[in-house]
Ligand binder design. Structure first.
Ligand code: 5AD
Ligand code: SF4
Length: 424
């Protein structure tokens, strides 16, 4: 999401006459787009901000700004605490950046942190920063009002609002015309997408109908809202990727209730079964939090048990981090000691590592259609790409071209990568 936002920011500043510097040492402004979801994300930003002091003392007039969720959360407090920061700008205020930079150039400080109920940046054509020319992010909705007890996002990104589907379809068509072959539709909770009579399944149907050669992915869906209708639409379009990110957070009903997730383990497993009924070859990935308030060993064991049942293809695994302003901060104790959180997290990571490796071993011998994305990091002789399930395949380059689809047969694997060869 931040990546997509940075592309919007680059577009807004580009229009105002600013260009990207080749390196930090040549810049007049350094803008840091930030995440506030866990404390360690914020600590990394603070570290980066402090590092920039040296550069600022060598380069007169170099100004540093903090953008995004951390700016929204801390507002001018951040400028007081980090006195080399000249401006802070929240996620709904990016259109004001040109004015802010002008103000900062005059030697003032600037803060814009107002949240909006309507801003979607729908009319702004993002400057694509990834630069592989093959896959792009498209933001379709912003904000979240699920208020999970641990989560700061509803406070930093504001109310849910969706973007006009016409602008989404237009942006996708333009990308396809430019040679892009994969788009990922982004939102904090894509299932809540709604614009008049168009819900998320209808939007997916429209985007996937643009061209069978265009792959469509999406993130993230909330398990409580994952509908059969969406699964039906996915199943009816082979170019909608067979991969669903379905954050579970915990395998214990008591924890889920305390987290205000509004589903049970049974509901979640029913959704997993529905995914596999509609699309037996669909991969499933998740997010999980270890050591949330009052989590017992039994709750933790229930999470491990759920992982054994679902057998995720990939998981983002986190230690609980107390966030100021959240329901948990107001009402629940952060009572699991740090070492115990780490121990539980490591147990989940180890289990997931085994599962991912076992899953990948089953892939050996299978053939997949792969969208070739570029050179492998390890060797110039090899290319990499992804299959519909979002698994990375590495193979000898042969006559394959990036940006095209090729069939690849899996020959071996690690827990993270499938290694194969081109099928001629
Ligand atoms: N502590 C740890 N992890 C968190 N997440 C959200 N808030 C917190 C927190 N306070 C995780 C959730 C979410 C992912 C994006 O980040 O797992 O799905
Ligand atoms: Fe945070 Fe929950 Fe919203 Fe996800 S759904 S952004 S975890 S409040």
């Amino acid at each position: 999401m931040n990546f997509a936002d940075s592309e919007v920011i680059a577009a807004i500043l580009g229009k105002a006459g600013y260009g990207m510097a080749e390196e930090a040492g040549e810049a007049d402004f350094i803008l840091i787009n930030t995440c506030a979801i866990r404390d360690n994300a914020e600590q990394r930003v603070r570290h980066r901000v402090r590092e920039l002091r040296a550069l600022q003392s060598r380069r007169q007039g170099l100004r540093v700004g903090v953008l995004g969720c951390m700016a929204e959360r801390l507002q001018s407090r951040l400028m007081a605490e980090e006195d080399n920061v000249s401006f802070v700008c929240g996620p709904d205020a990016y259109r004001r950046l040109p004015e802010m930079l002008a103000q900062v150039r005059r030697g003032q400080k600037a803060a814009e942190v107002e949240l909006s109920t309507t801003e979607t940046y729908a009319d702004i054509e993002p400057v694509r920063l990834a630069g592989n020319g093959i896959s792009a992010y498209i933001s379709i909705m912003r904000g979240c009002q699920n208020y999970c007890a641990y989560c700061v996002v509803p406070y930093t990104r504001g109310r849910e609002r969706s973007r006009d589907p016409e602008t989404i379809v237009r942006e996708t068509r333009t990308l396809f015309g430019q040679g892009y072959r994969e788009v990922t539709l982004l939102g904090q909770n894509v299932n809540s997408y709604r614009w008049e009579e168009v819900g998320f399944p209808e939007l997916m149907d429209r985007v996937a109908s643009i061209d069978p050669l265009l792959r469509v992915r999406f993130a993230t869906s909330h398990p409580k809202d994952l509908s059969d209708r969406l699964l039906e639409v996915m199943a009816s379009h082979p170019n909608i990727c067979r991969c669903i990110h379905l954050p579970v957070q915990s395998g214990s009903n008591r924890m889920l209730k305390l987290m205000n997730r509004r589903y049970t383990v049974e509901w979640y497993l029913d959704r997993v079964a529905a995914i596999r009924r509609y699309m037996p070859d669909c991969s499933i990935t998740t997010d999980v939090i270890a050591g949330f308030s009052t989590e017992t060993l039994e709750d933790h064991e229930a999470t491990l048990e759920l992982f054994r049942k679902v057998r995720y293809d990939y998981a983002f695994m986190f230690k609980y981090s107390l966030r100021e302003g959240t329901y948990a901060w107001k009402h629940l104790a952060d009572d699991i000691p740090e070492e115990e959180k780490t121990r539980r997290l490591n147990e989940i990571i180890a289990l997931q590592g085994e599962i991912a490796l076992e899953n990948n071993r089953k892939e050996v011998g299978r053939e997949y259609e792969v969208l070739v994305e570029g050179e492998s990091h390890r060797s110039k002789e090899q290319l990499f790409g992804r299959n519909s399930q979002n698994k990375v395949l590495v193979f000898d380059r042969g006559d394959a071209q990036t940006g095209t689809y090729r069939r690849v047969k899996v020959e071996s694997c690690t827990a993270a990568t499938l290694i194969g060869s081109l099928v001629q």
